[in-house]
Design a protein around this ligand. Structure first.
Ligand code: SF4
Length: 325
């Protein structure tokens, strides 16, 4: 069953300039993004900085109002809900942030941090102390740590506190915004395994945002690759990893270190910088960096289309190349 549907979502930001701060253009942060996510599954969203991943997260969390398009949660169109209904819906959608230190109030103890949501949402009746004790144990920490402050913990422990806060009110959907990118590699896998364990036990649905395709592949059922505000490829995680078709996906895949140096995977170094979202290239937005660029790529924008041999695999490219690995 689809728990989350995103239909033709667009988010534009005005660019202003001059003495009177008149609008001089638009930043196309999110441009016609659509996907469906079933309950208990994970959609990984991957791309370089500035590709629109964080704008997507903020639109889903209701922190930005979309310029166009719809977010539909459990069949309810978010933009058509009144503020009371939106507040109720917000309990069902929580976020885990990239930097756990920034997102935890340094003046509060862990107990105060975890109690806050129960109190704000009037769910503090009954034995709140034992609820908090169970919550902290659920993320692999001990109840006697509750009296400590965030600075007394390691990065991995702080992220566990952030996860405990996100699951405290038992939401169904969690948006994970680069949840392990600020952590040491040795700690990353422990946090990823905790997220997978919680998903299994609580039936959670994740949107997992990262710039690192190897991390996204580890946790995702399906992966959307984003470039300059658009999804350029979307398929099941294994299919993206073993049969990536868009040249940008293949460049990302080629940067994943492999244990076997004889594997034959060649690193694809992309030319140039990511173009400005304020002034994206005409036609295919990847054409300024693509080694396969043709005339049509500069003239016509490719649509995100189902592949003839696999309708579950969508690609936005005028040419379908075999995997470059
Ligand atoms: Fe490259 Fe053209 Fe495909 Fe864009 S449409 S990714 S420029 S081959």
């Amino acid at each position: 069953m689809a728990i989350l549907e995103v239909k033709n979502l667009k988010k534009y930001f005005p660019v202003t300039g001059g003495v009177f701060l008149r609008r001089t253009g638009w930043v196309y942060a999110l441009d016609d993004v659509s996907f469906t996510l079933n309950k208990g599954k994970t959609l990984g969203v991957v791309g370089e900085s500035g590709c629109g991943k964080t704008t997507l997260a903020r639109c889903l969390m209701g922190l930005y109002n979309p310029s166009e398009g719809e977010v539909i949660i459990k069949g309810r169109v978010v933009s058509k809900l009144n503020s009371q209904q939106r507040k109720k819906l917000a309990l069902n959608l929580q976020m885990i942030f990239q930097d756990p230190f920034e997102s935890l109030d340094p003046r509060q103890t862990v107990k105060q941090i975890l109690e806050e949501k129960y109190i704000i949402h009037g769910k503090n009746s009954g034995n709140l102390d034992s609820t908090i004790n169970r919550l902290i144990e659920r993320v692999g920490l001990l109840p006697d740590m509750l009296s400590k402050f965030p600075h007394e913990f390691s990065g991995g422990q702080r992220q566990r506190i952030g996860i405990a806060r996100a699951i405290s009110l038992e939401p169904e959907i969690i948006v994970c915004d680069e949840p392990v990118s600020a952590l040491d590699v040795s700690v990353q896998s422990k946090i990823l395994n905790l997220l997978l364990e919680l998903q299994q036990k609580m039936g959670l649905t994740y949107i997992f945002i990262s710039h690192d395709l190897s991390v996204v592949k580890h946790v995702s059922d399906r992966i959307a690759v984003m470039y300059l505000g658009k999804i350029v490829e979307m398929a099941d995680a294994n299919d993206i990893y073993n049969n990536g078709r868009h040249p940008y996906t293949n460049a990302l895949l080629s940067s994943i270190p492999v244990p076997d140096p004889e594997s034959g995977r060649n690193r694809i170094i992309l030319k140039g910088e990511v173009p400005s979202v304020e002034n994206p290239p005409a036609g295919c937005n990847f054409n300024t960096r693509c080694e396969y660029v043709q005339n049509i790529c500069r003239e016509k924008e490719p649509e995100l289309l189902k592949n003839a041999d696999d309708p579950n695999h969508l690609t936005a490219c005028h040419l379908f190349h075999p995997p470059i690995r």
